[in-house]
Ligand binder design. Sequence first.
Ligand code: ADE
Length: 422
Amino acid sequence: VYEVADPALAAEGAERIAWAEHAMPVLRRVRALFAAERPLAGLRVGACLHVTAETANLAVTLVAGGAEVHLCASNPLSTRDEVAAALAVEHGVAVHAVHGADATAYRRHIGAVADAGPHLVLDNGCDLAVALHTGRPELAEQVLAGCEDTPTGVLRLRAMAAAGALAFGVVALDHTPTRRIVDHRHGTGQSTVDGILRATNILLAGRCVVVAGFGPVGHGIAERARAMGATVVVTEVDPVRALDAVLDGYRVLPMRDAAALGDVIVTATGNRDVVAAEHLDLLRDGVVLANAGHFDVEIDVRALRAAAQEIRRVRPAAEEIRLPDGRRVVLLAEGRIVNLGAAEGNPPAVMDMAFAEQALTTAWLARHHAELAPGVHAVPGNIGAEVARLELAALGVALDSLTGAQRRYLSAWESPTWEGGG
Ligand code: ADE
């Protein structure tokens, strides 16, 4: 059973999945391993992820490992209908995802995956875990374990765990070095700028780009915007991150000052109301507003729409909102995550490592779930290092290894740490 926009799109989807696969050598290695060892045999995997060509390669890997995969979207705008069709028709994945699904359909799709009674839950934003706990608590009790992709989802899981409501152990995939460095900074940094450019076709050089939040994503966006000739202003609430931005040479200002400067304002905070009603009077005519965070709460879209005199869709992922005083505000992807709403999300070369890590973590969970108490856990053992090693091997990059003397030196505490000492 599946619910996709048009099964006839399967051949086109297969091309996209194959294109992404070329850039995913590590996941290909994991797939070969899974096909040989079948670590997920007999298990139902429920996944709520962006339904992209990259995710399709993860799903096919899980199927190769013996899993029965049920997949719904973690955002209605990121679903590629042709990919959903190929997964359903050619790979036997129970896909419930349609691009642009309204809130009712979106919830129905998540409900269908929850109803399948997954043994393992793969979440991106925690919507599937929440649907299970609130809608099907008896099935939540039967989940063996899960993993979560996003910082936003991890915050929700920690809140559930603190309230004693979380029924199973979840591995947080968002904090690994692979994710922070590769995925958030290089991946989302690039794909957010890509989304803004595809949505608008503006020139960044000479413009002022305000980046709200200087975590790894904000850092990645800021450095790319600057490299393309923009002047970048950063806003922060965290003193250490603000200092990091200052020492990187960015101007750091409160949003009430930055809002008046930005030709483009991008939010990357994971929090709500970062561009809020109080900032609307300050915005420049023609300002572009985009959100890189997981949920569409960072820009107060409701306040913006309420203040509008006229709203027009001016390009596929851009709406022009005219304010009573004549100023125009250009809102991208309805304030939803712009790299997936207006572009294709992170490139496959980035998702390769993230999804290899996720596939290996899923296999680990299949074997070790009993060791995980309900709550949020770190990625086990050396999966991250293993993925980095496989990636470097795929890139043909060789590393040094420690000599015996070096290893002893690092673990010696009683001997001097300088040559001539004693
Ligand atoms: N998250 C960010 N980019 C993605 C992509 N290309 N596929 C799936 N999830 C993503």
